[in-house]
Design a protein around this ligand. Structure first.
Ligand code: CA
Length: 254
């Protein structure tokens, strides 16, 4: 199990090995069950500004920075980008509506998965398009001992954001790793696209309402229906690292 996907990944990217040392976690929809609140907040904030937007569009745009989402809506509705002032007004409104949802549960089984990964001495990074301080701050309180502020890439770090590979390339740079030395865990089409374009093995966990085929089409190497399934199969996946490289494996060249 999983050897086919790993071999295909190595071959497609012309790598000589697959030897992960770090796991890059997306935040919304992967660590926190927060996407429903984001969707409602986006629809509400844009509606107050007279801009039509559906919850499904929120899920399809998940992973973009707030500014990029607002620009997308403006281009569609007005044929132009939003001004800085418009972006700030709408994002402030969206954040206010989002913060009204006081508690965000953790995605079931993600703590167990994180602890397993930590015990395997793999590094753990967060790579998110979010700029919601309420969630970013709660990473340390909700997942004590797991995350480190130096191992995060957020909306405050990036210029372009997902679906561009920038955030994941930045995570590679921060970690000093090559793309074949990391695994990404994502839940959204644009996040998967970003990670896949950065050349990293991408696992999609479909925690939202979209069809799983969208995640495969976006470039996911593996798709799971929920975090429990990934947790259960993690060990099998890990045992297959280095697959397809037995004879040909050689020192990395960078
Ligand atoms: Ca996400």
């Amino acid at each position: 199990m999983f050897t086919t996907e790993i071999e295909k990944f190595i071959k497609t990217n012309k790598y000589s090995t697959f030897s992960p040392k770090a796991i890059f976690f997306d935040m919304d929809g992967v660590l926190f069950d927060s996407m429903g609140s984001h969707a409602i907040a986006w629809v509400g904030a844009l509606k107050q500004m007279g801009l039509p937007f559906t919850e499904e569009e929120a899920y399809m745009n998940e992973g973009r920075t707030g500014a990029s989402t607002i620009d997308e809506v403006f281009v569609k509705q007005h044929g132009r980008s939003a001004t800085e002032e418009e972006k700030q007004t709408i994002y402030r409104l969206k954040s206010k509506l989002f913060d009204a949802f006081k508690h965000h549960e953790k995605i079931p089984y993600v703590t167990e998965l994180l602890k397993k990964i930590q015990a395997q001495e793999l590094e753990i990074y967060v790579v998110t398009g979010s700029g919601q301080p309420s969630l970013i701050d709660s990473l340390e309180s909700k997942f004590p001992g797991i995350f480190n502020k130096n191992k995060m890439v957020t909306a405050f770090d990036v210029k372009i954001g997902k679906p561009h590979p920038e955030p994941y390339l930045m995570a590679l740079k921060k970690s000093g790793l090559c793309p074949w030395e990391a695994v990404v865990i994502e839940n959204a089409p644009l996040g998967v696209e970003s990670a896949s374009k950065a050349g990293i093995f991408t696992i999609a966990v479909n925690t939202g309402p979209l069809n799983s085929s969208i995640l495969l089409d976006s470039g996911a190497n593996l798709v799971f229906d929920n975090m429990n399934e990934l947790y259960e199969k993690w060990e099998t996946f890990r045992k297959n690292w280095y697959a397809g490289t037995n004879e040909k494996r050689h020192q990395k060249t960078n």
